[in-house]
Design a protein around this ligand. Structure first.
Ligand code: PLP
Ligand code: COI
Length: 342
């Protein structure tokens, strides 16, 4: 057995660090090959590859955790596999079969187990599966050949400061179009958000809040996470829209709120004009976990949630403790939520 890598786990941010092994599988002549683990972190493709010319690519994000019991586990990887299959169908890319997809995750995490942060360190191993068109394409059409890869990188909190409330601002630009690709994890959605995130950071905000692209009256999500709200009478409210990414964290929180915390849950359209009346707000996702939002800035107006800028609100804290408790093995997990790697 190897030794854990000598990393200062508690000071990690959300960044890339090259780990030992990655998984690579190629699609050619209508079929995926078996796939291999490799040391080679470089990708070599045609100058005219579909991904380089027309951005034919999608990705996923999940994490490996060390539990209190010392096992290495992943959280609901089958849902990431299915969401990637949805992304592939929308982008005219070949689906990587769900069972083989999960097996690839298991192989990569096992091969990099010394990079999985120890229990209680505050860090995790982020897993990045992705697929792209690798063969030449010059007329606008899908590529004939594809590559599916999975790498890992140890990470800390997505937002500096960890669980401290953040400030987000309403964006003037959209990340997705009506009837577009907002509901899948296409790289192009993130390219669409880069101008806005650089500007938000320059202006001192942590993230952009996007409103629905058709009417600009409803809350959608942020650049890298879904949004959750808690009402003053403790109902969990989550925005519903055809152009937001179906976050696995959000779907899990909805279940936890209803079935473990006994809360009322509403999944519905949320008007931006209602937001000022909520008691708590948070961003949820694999990278974000649950990051509390203290303030939303909207063109000179500020919405300050009663939970304040010092700590998460009490219900957000309960959701956070339950979700991370399940992921880290402190609480019993609902059937099928935890995939034991070893
Ligand atoms: N929304 C966007 C735009 C994201 O990039 C992510 C990250 O994956 C999420 C939401 C959260 O999804 P999940 O909880 O499945 O990680
Ligand atoms: C994730 O949470 O896994 C994501 O892909 C979000 C990304 C912005 C880091």
């Amino acid at each position: 057995m190897g030794e854990k890598k000598n990393i200062d786990w508690s000071s990690l941010g959300f960044g890339y660090m090259k780990t030992d092994k990655r998984f690579v599988s190629n699609y050619k002549d209508g079929a995926w090959d078996e796939g291999v683990l490799t040391d080679d972190a470089e990708v070599r493709i045609s100058e005219c590859a579909g991904v380089l010319q027309y951005s034919q690519s999608c990705f996923e994000g999940l994490k490996a955790y060390t539990t209190q019991q010392g096992q290495i586990v992943c959280f609901r990887p089958d849902l990431n596999a299915e969401r990637m299959a949805d992304s592939c169908r929308r982008l005219e890319m070949p689906v990587y079969p769900v069972d083989k997809w999960v097996d690839a995750i298991v192989q990569v995490v096992r091969a990099n187990k010394d990079w999985v942060a120890p229990y209680g360190s505050g860090a995790t191993l982020y897993i990045r599966p992705y697929m792209f068109g690798s063969s030449p394409v010059i007329g606008v059409k899908p590529a004939d050949e594809y590559q599916f890869r999975v790498f890992t990188t140890p990470v800390g909190p997505y937002f500096k400061g960890g669980a401290k409330p953040i400030t987000i601002r309403v964006s003037d630009y959209d990340r997705a179009a009506p009837h577009g690709t907002g509901h899948i994890k296409a790289g192009l959605n993130y390219a669409m958000s880069l101008y806005q995130i650089v500007d938000a950071h320059n202006e001192g905000f942590n993230e952009n809040l996007y409103l629905d692209p058709a009417t600009r009256t409803k809350v959608e999500e942020t650049g890298g996470a879904n949004v959750i709200f808690v009402t003053k009478d403790n109902t969990l409210v989550v925005p519903k829209s055809p152009s937001i990414l179906p976050s696995i964290t959000r779907r899990s929180l909805v279940w936890i709120a209803a079935n473990i915390l006994g809360m009322k849950v509403e999944e519905r359209e949320v008007l931006f004009s209602e937001v000022k009346d909520f008691a708590e707000c948070g961003l949820c996702g694999t990278a974000a976990v649950i990051s509390p939002v203290g303030k939303i800035y909207d063109h000179g107006d500020e919405i300050c949630f009663p939970s304040g800028m010092e700590k998460m609100g009490p219900t957000t804290q309960k959701l956070y403790d339950t979700l991370t408790g399940i992921q880290m093995g402190r609480l019993e997990a609902p059937e099928g939520w935890i995939k034991v790697i070893e």
